[in-house]
Write a protein that binds this ligand. Sequence first.
Ligand code: SAH
Length: 355
Amino acid sequence: MAGHDLLGFTCQQMCAFMVERGLPAYRGRQLFQALHRRLVETPEAALELPRALRTGLAAESDLRPLSLMEVFEAADGTRRYLFTVRDGHAIETVWIPDGGRITLCLSSQAGCPMRCAFCATATLGLQRNLTAGEIVAQVLYVLRDAVHRWQQPRPAGVNLVLMGMGEPLLNYDHVLHALRVLADPEGLHIVPRRVTLSTVGIVPRIIALGREPDRPRLAVSLTAATDELRARLMPVNLTYPLEALREACLMFPRQPGERITFEYVLLDGVNDADEQARALLRWLAPLRAREAAKVNLIPHNPVPGLPFQPSPPERVLRFQALLRAKGLPTYLRRPRGRDIFAACGMLAATSRPSA
Ligand code: SAH
Protein backbone atom coordinates (compact mmCIF):
# COMPACT_ATOMS: atom_id res chain seq x y z
CA MET A 1 0.00 0.00 0.00
CA ALA A 2 1.41 3.33 -1.04
CA GLY A 3 1.54 5.69 1.94
CA HIS A 4 -1.04 6.42 4.61
CA ASP A 5 -4.49 4.90 4.27
CA LEU A 6 -6.06 8.37 4.58
CA LEU A 7 -9.50 7.28 3.42
CA GLY A 8 -9.59 4.98 6.42
CA PHE A 9 -9.20 7.92 8.85
CA THR A 10 -12.06 9.39 10.87
CA CYS A 11 -12.17 13.19 11.07
CA GLN A 12 -10.51 13.01 14.46
CA GLN A 13 -7.70 10.81 13.14
CA MET A 14 -7.22 13.19 10.23
CA CYS A 15 -6.87 16.09 12.68
CA ALA A 16 -4.30 14.13 14.71
CA PHE A 17 -2.43 13.38 11.49
CA MET A 18 -2.16 17.10 10.73
CA VAL A 19 -1.03 17.91 14.27
CA GLU A 20 1.73 15.29 13.94
CA ARG A 21 2.93 17.17 10.91
CA GLY A 22 3.07 20.41 12.88
CA LEU A 23 -0.11 21.79 11.29
CA PRO A 24 -3.24 23.06 12.99
CA ALA A 25 -5.89 20.40 13.64
CA TYR A 26 -8.53 22.23 11.57
CA ARG A 27 -6.60 21.29 8.44
CA GLY A 28 -7.62 17.73 9.18
CA ARG A 29 -11.29 18.69 9.29
CA GLN A 30 -10.94 20.60 6.04
CA LEU A 31 -9.39 17.62 4.28
CA PHE A 32 -11.92 15.20 5.77
CA GLN A 33 -14.84 17.34 4.65
CA ALA A 34 -13.36 17.83 1.19
CA LEU A 35 -13.04 14.07 0.74
CA HIS A 36 -16.29 12.97 2.32
CA ARG A 37 -18.70 15.83 1.72
CA ARG A 38 -17.46 17.40 -1.48
CA LEU A 39 -16.15 14.07 -2.73
CA VAL A 40 -12.91 15.49 -4.13
CA GLU A 41 -10.80 12.81 -5.72
CA THR A 42 -7.31 14.13 -5.07
CA PRO A 43 -5.85 16.41 -2.41
CA GLU A 44 -4.85 18.84 -5.18
CA ALA A 45 -8.54 19.61 -5.57
CA ALA A 46 -8.94 20.57 -1.89
CA LEU A 47 -8.11 24.20 -2.61
CA GLU A 48 -8.77 25.34 0.94
CA LEU A 49 -5.51 23.61 1.93
CA PRO A 50 -2.15 25.34 1.44
CA ARG A 51 -0.41 24.33 -1.77
CA ALA A 52 2.59 22.72 -0.04
CA LEU A 53 0.28 20.51 1.98
CA ARG A 54 -1.69 19.50 -1.09
CA THR A 55 1.38 18.41 -3.01
CA GLY A 56 2.85 16.72 0.08
CA LEU A 57 -0.33 14.73 0.64
CA ALA A 58 -0.53 13.69 -2.99
CA ALA A 59 3.01 12.35 -2.84
CA GLU A 60 2.89 10.44 0.40
CA SER A 61 -0.63 9.14 0.86
CA ASP A 62 -3.06 6.91 -0.92
CA LEU A 63 -6.28 8.66 -1.75
CA ARG A 64 -7.09 6.53 -4.77
CA PRO A 65 -6.82 2.93 -3.62
CA LEU A 66 -9.25 1.68 -6.27
CA SER A 67 -8.87 1.65 -10.03
CA LEU A 68 -12.01 1.24 -12.07
CA MET A 69 -11.84 -1.60 -14.56
CA GLU A 70 -15.41 -1.60 -15.81
CA VAL A 71 -18.87 -0.50 -14.89
CA PHE A 72 -21.95 -2.33 -16.10
CA GLU A 73 -25.43 -0.88 -16.01
CA ALA A 74 -28.49 -3.11 -15.86
CA ALA A 75 -31.88 -2.39 -17.34
CA ASP A 76 -33.24 -1.69 -13.82
CA GLY A 77 -30.61 1.00 -13.11
CA THR A 78 -28.39 -1.25 -11.00
CA ARG A 79 -24.71 -0.69 -11.68
CA ARG A 80 -21.88 -3.08 -11.00
CA TYR A 81 -18.44 -1.58 -10.53
CA LEU A 82 -15.46 -3.80 -11.08
CA PHE A 83 -12.38 -2.34 -9.39
CA THR A 84 -8.86 -3.50 -8.83
CA VAL A 85 -7.05 -2.73 -5.62
CA ARG A 86 -3.35 -1.78 -5.54
CA ASP A 87 -2.03 -5.32 -5.64
CA GLY A 88 -4.23 -6.21 -8.58
CA HIS A 89 -7.08 -8.17 -6.96
CA ALA A 90 -10.53 -7.49 -8.31
CA ILE A 91 -13.42 -6.42 -6.09
CA GLU A 92 -16.94 -5.32 -6.85
CA THR A 93 -19.41 -2.74 -5.60
CA VAL A 94 -23.06 -2.57 -6.60
CA TRP A 95 -25.20 0.57 -6.84
CA ILE A 96 -28.90 -0.20 -6.42
CA PRO A 97 -31.37 2.66 -6.93
CA ASP A 98 -34.47 2.51 -4.81
CA GLY A 99 -36.75 5.51 -5.33
CA GLY A 100 -34.84 8.60 -4.17
CA ARG A 101 -32.56 6.51 -1.98
CA ILE A 102 -29.83 4.21 -3.03
CA THR A 103 -28.40 1.07 -1.54
CA LEU A 104 -24.72 0.35 -1.99
CA CYS A 105 -23.56 -3.22 -1.73
CA LEU A 106 -19.95 -3.26 -0.54
CA SER A 107 -17.20 -5.86 -0.64
CA SER A 108 -15.28 -6.58 2.56
CA GLN A 109 -12.70 -9.00 1.16
CA ALA A 110 -11.16 -9.73 -2.24
CA GLY A 111 -12.60 -13.18 -2.87
CA CYS A 112 -14.09 -15.18 0.01
CA PRO A 113 -12.93 -18.20 2.03
CA MET A 114 -16.37 -19.56 3.01
CA ARG A 115 -16.94 -22.04 0.15
CA CYS A 116 -20.75 -21.83 0.03
CA ALA A 117 -21.69 -24.34 -2.66
CA PHE A 118 -24.16 -22.10 -4.51
CA CYS A 119 -22.18 -18.82 -4.58
CA ALA A 120 -20.00 -17.50 -7.40
CA THR A 121 -17.65 -15.57 -5.10
CA ALA A 122 -16.77 -18.82 -3.32
CA THR A 123 -15.10 -20.12 -6.47
CA LEU A 124 -12.39 -17.44 -6.07
CA GLY A 125 -11.21 -18.42 -2.58
CA LEU A 126 -9.86 -15.72 -0.28
CA GLN A 127 -7.36 -13.32 -1.79
CA ARG A 128 -7.12 -10.88 1.10
CA ASN A 129 -8.96 -8.64 3.53
CA LEU A 130 -9.69 -5.12 2.33
CA THR A 131 -8.35 -2.19 4.33
CA ALA A 132 -10.75 0.28 5.95
CA GLY A 133 -9.75 2.81 3.27
CA GLU A 134 -10.59 0.38 0.48
CA ILE A 135 -14.04 -0.20 1.97
CA VAL A 136 -14.69 3.54 2.40
CA ALA A 137 -13.32 4.25 -1.08
CA GLN A 138 -16.04 2.07 -2.65
CA VAL A 139 -18.70 4.44 -1.30
CA LEU A 140 -16.85 7.63 -2.21
CA TYR A 141 -16.06 6.36 -5.70
CA VAL A 142 -19.58 5.38 -6.72
CA LEU A 143 -21.17 8.52 -5.23
CA ARG A 144 -18.69 10.68 -7.12
CA ASP A 145 -19.25 8.70 -10.29
CA ALA A 146 -23.04 9.12 -10.03
CA VAL A 147 -22.68 12.88 -9.88
CA HIS A 148 -19.90 13.31 -12.43
CA ARG A 149 -20.34 10.64 -15.05
CA TRP A 150 -24.05 9.89 -14.81
CA GLN A 151 -25.03 13.46 -13.91
CA GLN A 152 -27.38 12.28 -11.23
CA PRO A 153 -28.29 14.37 -8.21
CA ARG A 154 -26.72 13.34 -4.91
CA PRO A 155 -29.06 10.66 -3.54
CA ALA A 156 -31.41 11.76 -0.78
CA GLY A 157 -30.21 8.92 1.38
CA VAL A 158 -27.74 6.09 1.29
CA ASN A 159 -28.13 2.63 2.78
CA LEU A 160 -25.18 0.29 2.94
CA VAL A 161 -25.23 -3.48 2.85
CA LEU A 162 -22.12 -5.55 3.46
CA MET A 163 -23.30 -8.17 1.03
CA GLY A 164 -20.71 -7.95 -1.72
CA MET A 165 -17.63 -10.09 -1.95
CA GLY A 166 -16.29 -11.60 1.22
CA GLU A 167 -17.31 -12.47 4.75
CA PRO A 168 -17.40 -9.19 6.69
CA LEU A 169 -17.03 -10.78 10.13
CA LEU A 170 -13.70 -12.30 9.05
CA ASN A 171 -12.44 -8.76 8.43
CA TYR A 172 -14.01 -7.46 11.61
CA ASP A 173 -11.74 -4.58 12.62
CA HIS A 174 -11.41 -3.03 9.18
CA VAL A 175 -15.13 -3.33 8.47
CA LEU A 176 -16.15 -1.74 11.77
CA HIS A 177 -13.60 1.00 11.41
CA ALA A 178 -14.78 1.76 7.87
CA LEU A 179 -18.33 2.03 9.19
CA ARG A 180 -17.17 4.52 11.83
CA VAL A 181 -15.57 6.65 9.10
CA LEU A 182 -18.72 6.48 6.97
CA ALA A 183 -20.88 7.39 10.00
CA ASP A 184 -18.74 10.43 10.89
CA PRO A 185 -21.02 13.48 11.17
CA GLU A 186 -18.29 15.61 9.55
CA GLY A 187 -18.57 13.42 6.47
CA LEU A 188 -21.24 11.22 4.89
CA HIS A 189 -22.93 10.55 8.24
CA ILE A 190 -24.37 7.18 7.21
CA VAL A 191 -25.59 6.05 10.61
CA PRO A 192 -25.40 2.40 11.74
CA ARG A 193 -29.13 1.78 11.46
CA ARG A 194 -28.76 2.44 7.70
CA VAL A 195 -26.19 -0.32 7.46
CA THR A 196 -26.79 -4.07 7.29
CA LEU A 197 -24.00 -6.54 7.77
CA SER A 198 -24.63 -10.00 6.37
CA THR A 199 -22.75 -13.02 7.66
CA VAL A 200 -22.66 -16.74 7.04
CA GLY A 201 -22.76 -17.09 10.83
CA ILE A 202 -19.34 -16.71 12.48
CA VAL A 203 -20.72 -17.22 15.99
CA PRO A 204 -18.04 -15.61 18.21
CA ARG A 205 -17.98 -12.54 15.98
CA ILE A 206 -21.77 -12.20 16.08
CA ILE A 207 -21.46 -12.15 19.86
CA ALA A 208 -18.67 -9.54 19.65
CA LEU A 209 -20.71 -7.43 17.23
CA GLY A 210 -23.63 -7.40 19.66
CA ARG A 211 -21.38 -5.76 22.24
CA GLU A 212 -20.33 -2.88 19.97
CA PRO A 213 -21.76 0.49 20.99
CA ASP A 214 -22.56 1.47 17.39
CA ARG A 215 -23.29 -1.55 15.35
CA PRO A 216 -24.97 -2.20 12.03
CA ARG A 217 -28.09 -4.30 11.67
CA LEU A 218 -27.50 -8.01 11.44
CA ALA A 219 -28.45 -10.35 8.61
CA VAL A 220 -27.62 -14.05 8.70
CA SER A 221 -27.39 -16.18 5.57
CA LEU A 222 -29.21 -19.34 6.62
CA THR A 223 -30.39 -21.15 3.48
CA ALA A 224 -31.09 -24.39 5.33
CA ALA A 225 -32.51 -25.13 8.77
CA THR A 226 -31.15 -28.64 9.32
CA ASP A 227 -27.48 -29.25 10.10
CA GLU A 228 -27.07 -32.00 7.54
CA LEU A 229 -28.30 -29.92 4.60
CA ARG A 230 -26.74 -26.65 5.78
CA ALA A 231 -23.32 -28.24 6.19
CA ARG A 232 -23.53 -29.50 2.62
CA LEU A 233 -24.45 -26.07 1.27
CA MET A 234 -22.43 -23.94 3.69
CA PRO A 235 -19.33 -25.62 5.17
CA VAL A 236 -19.22 -22.98 7.95
CA ASN A 237 -21.98 -25.02 9.55
CA LEU A 238 -19.43 -27.72 10.45
CA THR A 239 -17.67 -25.18 12.70
CA TYR A 240 -20.73 -23.27 13.91
CA PRO A 241 -23.78 -25.52 13.77
CA LEU A 242 -27.34 -24.27 13.83
CA GLU A 243 -27.89 -24.49 17.55
CA ALA A 244 -24.86 -22.31 18.36
CA LEU A 245 -25.90 -19.89 15.65
CA ARG A 246 -29.40 -19.57 17.09
CA GLU A 247 -28.00 -19.09 20.57
CA ALA A 248 -25.86 -16.17 19.34
CA CYS A 249 -28.88 -14.66 17.57
CA LEU A 250 -31.01 -14.98 20.70
CA MET A 251 -28.33 -13.18 22.71
CA PHE A 252 -27.89 -10.44 20.15
CA PRO A 253 -29.20 -7.20 21.70
CA ARG A 254 -31.81 -5.47 19.57
CA GLN A 255 -33.36 -2.03 19.47
CA PRO A 256 -37.14 -1.87 19.96
CA GLY A 257 -38.77 -3.22 16.81
CA GLU A 258 -35.48 -4.40 15.34
CA ARG A 259 -35.41 -7.87 13.82
CA ILE A 260 -32.54 -9.99 12.60
CA THR A 261 -32.90 -10.77 8.90
CA PHE A 262 -32.47 -14.40 7.90
CA GLU A 263 -31.60 -14.80 4.25
CA TYR A 264 -32.69 -17.98 2.58
CA VAL A 265 -31.56 -18.65 -0.98
CA LEU A 266 -34.16 -20.89 -2.63
CA LEU A 267 -32.54 -23.72 -4.60
CA ASP A 268 -34.77 -25.81 -6.81
CA GLY A 269 -35.38 -29.26 -5.33
CA VAL A 270 -32.73 -28.75 -2.64
CA ASN A 271 -34.18 -26.61 0.16
CA ASP A 272 -37.53 -25.40 -1.15
CA ALA A 273 -39.95 -28.19 -0.13
CA ASP A 274 -42.82 -27.70 2.33
CA GLU A 275 -40.93 -29.83 4.82
CA GLN A 276 -38.00 -27.41 4.70
CA ALA A 277 -40.27 -24.43 5.28
CA ARG A 278 -41.55 -26.24 8.35
CA ALA A 279 -37.98 -26.95 9.51
CA LEU A 280 -37.23 -23.25 9.13
CA LEU A 281 -40.29 -22.33 11.20
CA ARG A 282 -39.24 -24.80 13.90
CA TRP A 283 -35.67 -23.54 14.01
CA LEU A 284 -36.85 -19.95 14.20
CA ALA A 285 -39.50 -20.65 16.87
CA PRO A 286 -37.64 -19.16 19.87
CA LEU A 287 -36.71 -16.10 17.82
CA ARG A 288 -40.24 -15.77 16.47
CA ALA A 289 -41.55 -15.90 20.03
CA ARG A 290 -39.56 -12.71 20.72
CA GLU A 291 -40.44 -11.07 17.39
CA ALA A 292 -36.71 -11.11 16.68
CA ALA A 293 -36.70 -12.56 13.16
CA LYS A 294 -37.73 -11.78 9.64
CA VAL A 295 -36.95 -13.77 6.53
CA ASN A 296 -35.73 -12.63 3.13
CA LEU A 297 -36.25 -15.26 0.48
CA ILE A 298 -33.69 -14.85 -2.28
CA PRO A 299 -34.40 -16.53 -5.59
CA HIS A 300 -31.21 -18.28 -6.59
CA ASN A 301 -29.24 -16.50 -9.28
CA PRO A 302 -27.77 -19.20 -11.48
CA VAL A 303 -23.99 -19.31 -11.60
CA PRO A 304 -22.42 -20.93 -14.66
CA GLY A 305 -20.76 -24.19 -13.64
CA LEU A 306 -22.61 -24.58 -10.33
CA PRO A 307 -25.23 -27.36 -10.10
CA PHE A 308 -28.15 -25.29 -8.75
CA GLN A 309 -31.24 -23.84 -10.33
CA PRO A 310 -33.72 -21.27 -9.05
CA SER A 311 -36.95 -22.59 -7.58
CA PRO A 312 -39.93 -22.07 -9.89
CA PRO A 313 -42.01 -18.98 -9.02
CA GLU A 314 -44.96 -21.00 -7.69
CA ARG A 315 -42.60 -22.81 -5.28
CA VAL A 316 -41.22 -19.50 -4.08
CA LEU A 317 -44.71 -18.16 -3.43
CA ARG A 318 -45.79 -21.35 -1.68
CA PHE A 319 -42.69 -21.28 0.54
CA GLN A 320 -43.40 -17.67 1.43
CA ALA A 321 -47.07 -18.41 2.12
CA LEU A 322 -46.18 -21.24 4.52
CA LEU A 323 -43.96 -18.92 6.55
CA ARG A 324 -46.41 -16.03 6.48
CA ALA A 325 -49.25 -18.29 7.59
CA LYS A 326 -47.41 -18.66 10.90
CA GLY A 327 -47.04 -14.90 11.27
CA LEU A 328 -43.38 -14.78 10.25
CA PRO A 329 -42.61 -11.60 8.27
CA THR A 330 -41.27 -12.99 5.00
CA TYR A 331 -40.20 -10.95 2.01
CA LEU A 332 -39.11 -11.84 -1.49
CA ARG A 333 -35.88 -10.22 -2.54
CA ARG A 334 -36.35 -9.00 -6.08
CA PRO A 335 -33.22 -9.94 -8.02
CA ARG A 336 -31.49 -6.74 -9.11
CA GLY A 337 -28.99 -6.48 -11.89
CA ARG A 338 -29.03 -10.14 -12.88
CA ASP A 339 -28.30 -9.27 -16.50
CA ILE A 340 -24.95 -7.77 -15.48
CA PHE A 341 -23.95 -10.44 -12.92
CA ALA A 342 -24.58 -7.95 -10.12
CA ALA A 343 -27.20 -9.92 -8.20
CA CYS A 344 -26.62 -11.82 -4.94
CA GLY A 345 -23.99 -14.49 -5.17
CA MET A 346 -22.96 -13.56 -8.70
CA LEU A 347 -19.97 -11.42 -7.77
CA ALA A 348 -16.91 -13.16 -9.13
CA ALA A 349 -15.01 -10.37 -10.79
CA THR A 350 -16.35 -11.35 -14.16
CA SER A 351 -15.94 -8.84 -16.91
CA ARG A 352 -18.69 -10.39 -18.98
CA PRO A 353 -21.63 -7.99 -19.08
CA SER A 354 -24.10 -10.85 -19.41
CA ALA A 355 -24.27 -14.62 -19.72
N1 SAH B 1 -20.52 -13.65 3.21
C1 SAH B 1 -21.67 -12.89 3.65
C2 SAH B 1 -21.88 -11.63 2.82
C3 SAH B 1 -22.30 -11.88 1.39
S1 SAH B 1 -24.03 -11.65 1.27
C4 SAH B 1 -22.90 -13.76 3.61
O1 SAH B 1 -22.89 -14.79 2.95
O2 SAH B 1 -23.89 -13.42 4.27
C5 SAH B 1 -24.43 -12.46 -0.20
C6 SAH B 1 -25.79 -13.12 -0.09
O3 SAH B 1 -26.08 -13.74 -1.36
C7 SAH B 1 -25.82 -14.24 0.95
O4 SAH B 1 -27.06 -14.20 1.63
C8 SAH B 1 -25.74 -15.50 0.10
O5 SAH B 1 -26.35 -16.59 0.75
C9 SAH B 1 -26.46 -15.08 -1.14
N2 SAH B 1 -26.08 -15.84 -2.34
C10 SAH B 1 -24.93 -16.46 -2.58
N3 SAH B 1 -24.95 -17.04 -3.80
C11 SAH B 1 -26.16 -16.76 -4.32
C12 SAH B 1 -26.76 -17.05 -5.58
N4 SAH B 1 -26.13 -17.71 -6.52
N5 SAH B 1 -28.02 -16.60 -5.78
C13 SAH B 1 -28.65 -15.87 -4.84
N6 SAH B 1 -28.12 -15.54 -3.67
C14 SAH B 1 -26.88 -15.98 -3.40
